[in-house]
Design a protein around this ligand. Structure first.
Ligand SMILES: [Zn+2]
Length: 128
């Protein structure tokens, strides 16, 4: 049975409103896209589409885990997470763990993997 294997690649960089408004990283990303297309073609893959979405850090209580650098949303500060908004639904930890759940423990903002199990957002207590 023939099938299409569609592969997604997620990556991120940190930016701010001024850079977004001035499009200061557009040239760099266009060069990256060209190199990615060539690299994918080398391995027999065809680039189809990409997009860039912006997650406002303070508004969403999003950050990098203080221990491991996983992207996370501090659920102690933002219990609603993305509110299941379509724009970000694929980033949700329920789907593919691009942005992990996390919380605050002893003054550190930690992702669900770094939190102790007994913390509400610790790995083994999520979804239970
Ligand atoms: Zn972590």
């Amino acid at each position: 049975m023939k099938q299409f294997a569609i592969r997604r690649l997620y990556s991120f960089f940190e930016t701010n409103s001024e850079e977004i408004e001035s499009c200061s990283f557009d040239e760099k990303l266009e060069a990256l896209d060209e190199e990615m297309k060539a690299l994918l073609a080398k391995y027999g893959l065809k680039a189809i589409n990409h997009d860039t979405r912006f997650v406002p850090l303070a508004k969403m209580s999003a950050k990098k885990c203080d221990r491991c650098d996983n992207l996370m949303i501090n659920r102690d500060k933002n219990p609603a997470r993305f509110n299941k908004e379509d724009l970000w639904i694929d980033l949700d930890s329920e789907y593919n763990s691009i942005i992990w759940d996390g919380g605050t423990h002893e003054g550190e903002d930690l992702c669900m993997e770094c939190l102790p199990i007994e913390h509400r957002w610790g790995y083994f207590s999520c979804g239970a």
